[in-house]
Design a binder for this molecule. Structure first.
Ligand code: FES
Length: 61
């Protein structure tokens, strides 16, 4: 998946933006929602966002 791929269509949030949020300290879905607004409209992307958070937090450090 490319970093400029849109994860959340409602809020136009890319995979890269999720990664940035995690890199700057977000660890939960809520954190990422606060930072990027991803998943705050229809909610249909929540599962994908959570998956990315899991992926990014596990590869961090
Ligand atoms: S696609 Fe993310 S809130 Fe709708």
């Amino acid at each position: 998946m490319a970093m400029d791929e849109i994860v959340c269509n409602c809020m136009n949030v890319t995979k890269g933006m999720i990664k940035e949020a995690v890199d700057s300290g977000a660890v939960t879905l809520e954190d990422v929602q606060n930072v990027t607004s991803a998943g705050t409209a229809c909610g249909g992307c929540i599962d994908s966002i959570q998956q990315l958070i899991d992926e990014f937090t596990s590869t961090k450090k």
